[in-house]
Design a protein around this ligand. Structure first.
Ligand code: LLP
Length: 429
């Protein structure tokens, strides 16, 4: 598991990304700036991959966490596939050259157009698995498959009614959440579609939530999923090909205890030891997002102004909720550091953005150097996942640039948007 600062060390009193000076990047490419470490992404991916040795598996990176094309290509180069949730993500996956047999299509409401995209992903092939979220959605998939003369390989997304013990906005495995199907709903769909000529029931999937730091809910959910896998396999002419155990493994943002990768792999190996799994030999699919990318990235921002009051200190920077909405949306904590190391005292500071919203803050009460000055840079840590991907142009702010660093090599993987980018689709003649 990658730590927030593992690939962003201080070298001679200033922060680096691998072997590259953060200050030099900020000066050359401007701020706000996302910097990703290629080595960190590789290390996170390969650690998970290695922990699963002995189990036939495919990692399908949840590209919603960060869908930059260069990152997708990096994932692909290590043998990874992707978990997609929209037509736009399928489009990006195709642009990155990800092969259809490494693609899962999830998402709670797939439109007819998106179902067509998944079934016609490449000239010859459809995506490996479409995870179905309701009987009505499966009806729609069957109609489209018939019309296109394609066979849809589908999996049922199972909602096991398990509390994942995470923030309520990123909890997905309880009955009160909109996601997945209950066991009776799945059995009803199975009855209706088990002999359908254009629907191939090939998997079962589960994803109970994100930023999970406790292994027990996952273990319970996996076991329930395994039981359902066996029930379905027993009642079909051939067993299910895939068991898709989703994503959700949490990362370290501050001092939280996280799930060690070996414990995670351990609860997966437990289910693969079941006699029926030995007999049916399904392929394991996993959909990690945050685990691969969160601690591989930082957000660099420049200090515009300071406002020090008797009972409150604000540092106003040029990044805000448009680049990182997680603190506002989930009360998430991200570490912040001054890019230039100060040796003097520190004090609690609210690091806030320039956007006209009270909720526009990056960190509350961050321990920053008292001497931190206008024009200096700060780095917001753990900003690889769900930061750039959730960014917006609110307040008519062009989106930030993104660079990928490997040692001393720098690649711009997304140019900074311009003011023209803001109005591109509004200039109607
Ligand atoms: N698979 C499915 C079906 C998902 O819905 C998700 C995330 C993942 C995999 C990947 O989960 P991960 O391994 O990254 O935890 N914006 C929120 C997170 C939303 C997650 C949505 N689904 C945040 O910033 O915390």
């Amino acid at each position: 598991m990658i730590q927030p600062l593992e690939f962003f060390p201080y070298v001679a009193q200033e922060l680096y990304a691998e072997k590259t000076s953060v200050i030099k990047c900020a000066e050359k490419y401007g701020t706000p700036l996302f910097i990703y470490s290629e080595t960190a992404i590789k290390k996170a991916y390969q650690a998970l991959d290695k922990s699963l040795e002995g189990i036939p598996h495919q990692i399908c990176y949840a590209m919603k966490a960060n869908s930059n094309l260069s990152i997708l290509k990096l994932i692909k180069s290590m043998g990874g596939g992707v978990d997609t949730v929209s037509g736009g993500e399928l489009f990006r996956a195709k642009k990155a050259g990800i092969k259809p047999d490494r693609i899962v299509f999830s998402g709670v409401g797939k439109s007819v157009k998106e179902i067509e995209q998944a079934l016609k992903y490449s000239q010859k092939a459809s995506v490996a698995l479409i995870n179905v979220e309701s009987l009505e959605e499966l009806d729609a998939i069957a109609i489209v498959a018939k019309r296109l003369k394609k066979t849809a390989s589908i999996g049922f997304r199972f909602n096991p009614d398990v509390d994942a013990l995470t923030h309520k906005h990123i909890s997905t495995g309880k009955n009160e959440n909109k996601f997945g199907m209950t066991k009776p709903e799945i059995l009803q769909a199975l009855e209706k579609y088990k002999k359908h000529p254009k629907i191939k029931i090939s998997g079962i999937s589960i994803h109970i939530g994100s930023q999970l730091t406790n292994v027990y809910p996952l273990r319970n959910a996996f076991q329930e999923c395994a039981e359902l896998f066996e029930l379905l396999s027993d009642s079909l002419p051939q067993s299910l090909k895939f068991i898709d155990l989703g994503g959700g493994v949490g990362v370290q943002y501050q001092n939280e205890t996280t799930i060690p990768i070996d414990s995670y792999a351990g609860i997966i190996k437990e289910i693969f030891k079941r006699p029926k799994f030995q007999q049916y030999k399904p392929k394991l699919l996993l959909e990690p997002g945050r685990l691969i990318i969160a601690n591989s990235g930082i957000l660099v921002s420049k200090i515009l102004y300071r406002k020090y009051r008797e009972d409150k200190n604000f540092v106003i920077v040029d990044a805000g909720m448009t680049e990182l909405i997680r603190p506002a949306l989930y009360e998430a904590h991200h570490g912040v550091l001054s890019v230039k190391k100060h040796l003097g005292p520190t004090q609690p500071i609210d690091l806030v953005g320039p956007i006209c919203e009270t909720g526009d803050f990056l960190a509350r009460g961050a321990n920053l150097p008292t001497g931190i000055a206008q024009g200096e840079y700060v780095a917001v840590l753990s900003a690889g996942a769900y930061a750039s991907a959730m960014s917006s142009q609110y307040n008519s702010r062009p989106r930030a640039a993104e660079i990928l660093v490997s040692g001393t090599k720098i690649k711009v993987i997304r140019k900074r948007e311009t003011e023209r980018s803001l109005i591109l689709n509004e200039e109607i003649k």
